[in-house]
Write a protein that binds this ligand. Structure first.
Ligand SMILES: [Zn+2]
Length: 255
């Protein structure tokens, strides 16, 4: 059965508001003091039958990836703490707003912020791998391969854009290519950070189902308590995966 965008739009609007004002989610069980992690193997094969219903429930209420927009942005701020990243000096006396562009690239993958018009396209099942999830028909290994390919493609594109920028004289405003390159790194950042969220592991299925109750359930469970627990690991992983690309893109000399 198809659901029209007509009925989905109010849900999306509700979600945007909720994501904007509410901190991040995680599926934390206060009784055990543990995070509820997804089983990477499928429910039907899972040895723990009693968890099936629970895992299904979590799958249903986690269509967006774990981190809210606010947490994605916070990771960037905690990663690149020096204010220089807001006005990174580049050729032609340009100042590159690196942090803002990375956030822009992250928002683009989620279809939020300036990209909210593309929300449904961004969150479509065929883009599940961009949020470290899998689309129907893909198994976990296929989804993971797509995820890695997506990251590599965006980073390769970032390098290509910056190589072109270095070859242009300032008359051609090469900094716009550097802007695009940093935004591409923001695309990769999004996937990497989604993959590291505690409720997002295992490339679980994203069925594309938008039900008002599941959306509000999801939003209600979101809270910022997840982030501090994972902050150090997130920041060091993102730094390890992306800093060399950032340095490459922002370099002035052709290497
Ligand atoms: Zn996402």
């Amino acid at each position: 059965m198809r659901t029209s965008h007509h009925t989905l739009l109010p849900i999306a609007i509700l979600l945007f508001i909720a994501l904007a004002v509410m901190p991040a989610t995680a599926f934390y069980n206060p009784n055990t003091g543990r995070w509820l992690n997804r089983d990477p193997i499928e429910e039907e094969d899972g040895p723990n039958v009693s968890l099936c219903a629970h895992n299904n429930l979590i799958n249903r209420i986690d269509p967006f990836g774990l981190w809210t927009t606010g947490v994605h942005h916070k990771i960037i701020d905690d990663w690149l703490v020096d204010p220089i990243w807001d006005r990174y000096p580049w050729r032609c006396c340009e100042r590159i707003p690196v942090r803002r562009l990375l956030k822009e690239g992250s928002d683009q993958i989620d279809g939020v912020g300036n990209h909210s018009g593309d929300f449904f396209a961004a969150q479509a099942t065929q883009n599940a791998h961009q949020h470290a999830m899998r689309s129907p028909g893909d198994d976990v290994s296929v989804a993971e391969a797509k995820y890695r390919q997506f990251i590599q493609n965006t980073l390769n594109e970032a390098r290509r854009l910056s190589d072109r920028a270095r070859q242009l004289t300032c008359t051609y405003a090469p900094e716009s290519l550097v802007y695009s390159a940093v935004t591409k790194i923001g695309n990769a950042f999004h996937a990497i950070s989604d993959n590291m969220s505690p409720a997002h592991s295992g490339f679980q299925l994203w069925s594309g189902s938008w039900e008002p109750t599941t959306v509000t359930d999801h939003v209600r469970q979101e809270n910022m308590t997840a982030y501090p627990t994972y902050k150090l690991q997130l920041v060091s992983t993102v730094d390890g995966e992306l800093l060399s690309y950032l340095n490459y893109v922002l370099a002035i000399q052709v290497r």
